[in-house]
Design a protein around this ligand. Structure first.
Ligand code: UD1
Length: 434
């Protein structure tokens, strides 16, 4: 298992380029299931989750060629010869977003078998709303042997109101609705930029969609979809993570090839915490800080609110801010796995239910710490960048799920970070036995 060795203390200076959004690339790749023509996608990030999605689509008979070299190189997917509409447990268990194939498979093939995702590090994360929506569109759902089987000879347009805002749920049912018979009206939809990006691809494929990016989406079903060429939006969570990296290290970073509009909530909080942010263009932002940082509260919300996927990284910043920062996690239960590791590095954090209270500033000292999920890993990297001495981060495979060449990008702007590969690390059971 790879590890990162990070020596803290360097301010980050220079320019960092943001990759394509993993959370947009995943549904856009799944959308290729809706047509037997080729879908070409630019700006697919080279991260582990994309490899997993490729494995998933390939296991169903799709031809997937991931663009190599520069991230912007074109990836092509062709689902002409789909043979097996099954998302196997072996794949789903490593990437919960695999449930995004449920809607497109039923819409295109009339049948989908998708393994039920297990619990994961950040809470139960059910897919009941995906299932409920498909049932409303006329699918029959059965559950057996750990799989959900959805069948429908033809999905029917419907009026549905999501009980709760769900990002992948909105995307999954949007993909189902585009090939359903008649009109679908979906209310209380997620308004995330990734939903808008998926809708743009679907429209380029011939779908009729109105309202993506608002809470009500209307779809007129069409008989079939054609091929399309689409560019994936920049990753707003990667951009936000580098914004915090610039602020926490008292650096001067230009974050290029991002969409500043998509990170307004993070920009607002970083400013409140004392960083200077300049939006240089529609594609770049500069962050500067010469300290001291000030405490500011955050409360995670659906877009356009402060993203839950930035909560852990913001907490690292809060450990360096003067005063008391309240951090409320409203989207997921149990998303404070990074707290214990930050505390081991010297942070002063108390958790009470869904609220963490951070008292700062704390002098962080380097330690051996364990990554528990994707964004928690990012939080530990940020803490290590300002800690006194050399930290060792274990299980960086979590980070590799969603951050492209993170150590290279950080090194280019002055961080001391090294990857140790193939290092022996005991498996959890062995570790517990000792
Ligand atoms: C997506 C993102 C993830 C982000 C999250 C919230 C992808 C691939 N992942 O995850 O990075 O953290 O949005 O912004 O885009 N829920 C239900 N029933 C369902 C579906 C969801 O109760 O059927 C609940 C969840 O448990 C959670 C809340 O709804 O409490 C929001 O989850 P959701 O928006 O679905 O998250 P994901 O789409 O899985």
């Amino acid at each position: 298992m790879d590890k990162f060795v990070i020596r803290g203390g360097n301010p980050l200076r220079g320019t960092v380029r943001i990759s394509g959004a993993k959370n947009s690339a995943l549904p856009c790749m799944a959308a290729a299931l809706l047509t037997d023509h080729e879908i070409a996608l630019d700006n697919i990030p080279h991260v582990r989750d994309i490899e997993t999605e490729k494995r998933l689509l390939t296991s169903m008979g799709a031809e997937v060629r991931i663009g190599t070299g520069e991230a912007s190189n074109c990836t092509t997917i062709c689902c002409r010869n789909l043979s097996d509409p099954v998302a196997q447990y072996e794949i789903v268990k490593t990437m919960r977003a695999s449930s995004l194939v449920l809607g497109p498979l039923v819409a295109r093939m009339g049948l989908a078998r998708v393994a039920i995702p297990g619990g994961c590090a950040i809470g139960g994360r059910p897919i009941d709303l995906h299932i409920k929506g498909l049932e409303k569109m006329g699918a029959t759902i059965e559950q057996a042997h750990g799989y959900i089987e959805a069948r429908a000879s033809k999905l029917k347009g419907t009026h549905l109101v999501f009980d709760k805002i769900t990002v992948t749920g909105t995307e999954d049912l949007l993909m189902a609705a585009v090939l359903a018979e008649g009109e679908s009206v979906m209310e209380n939809c997620a308004r995330e930029p990734e939903v808008v990006d998926l809708a743009a691809l679907l429209v380029a494929m011939g779908a009729q969609i109105e309202g993506a990016g608002t809470s009500t989406i209307r779809v007129q079903g069409v008989k079939s979809l054609h091929g399309a060429h689409h560019r994936i939006i920049p990753d707003r969570i990667e951009a936000g993570t580098f914004l915090i990296a610039g602020a926490i290290t008292c650096g001067d970073l230009i974050i290029a090839e991002c969409n500043p509009d998509h990170i307004r909530a993070v920009i607002g909080k970083a400013e409140e915490a004392g960083a200077r942010i300049d939006v240089l263009s529609a594609h770049s932002v500069r962050v500067q800080s010469d300290g001291p940082l000030r405490a500011a509260d955050i409360s995670t919300e659906e877009y356009p609110g402060f993203p839950t996927d930035m909560q852990a990284q913001y907490m690292a910043l809060a450990t360096q801010a003067e005063g008391v920062s309240g951090i409320k996690e409203n989207i997921f239960e149990n998303r404070f796995m990074h707290v214990q590791e930050l505390v081991r590095m010297g942070a002063n954090i108390r958790v009470d239910g869904r609220t963490a209270t951070v008292r700062g500033p704390s002098r962080l000292s380097a330690a051996a710490v364990m990554c528990s999920d994707l964004r928690a890993s990012a939080s530990l990297v940020l803490a290590a960048l300002v800690a006194d001495g050399e930290s060792i981060l274990d299980r960086v495979y979590h980070m590799d799920r969603g951050y492209e060449r993170i150590e290279e990008k950080l090194r280019n702007v002055g961080a001391e970070i090294e990857r140790l590969g193939n290092v022996f690390a005991p498996r959890p059971a062995e570790a517990r036995a000792k």
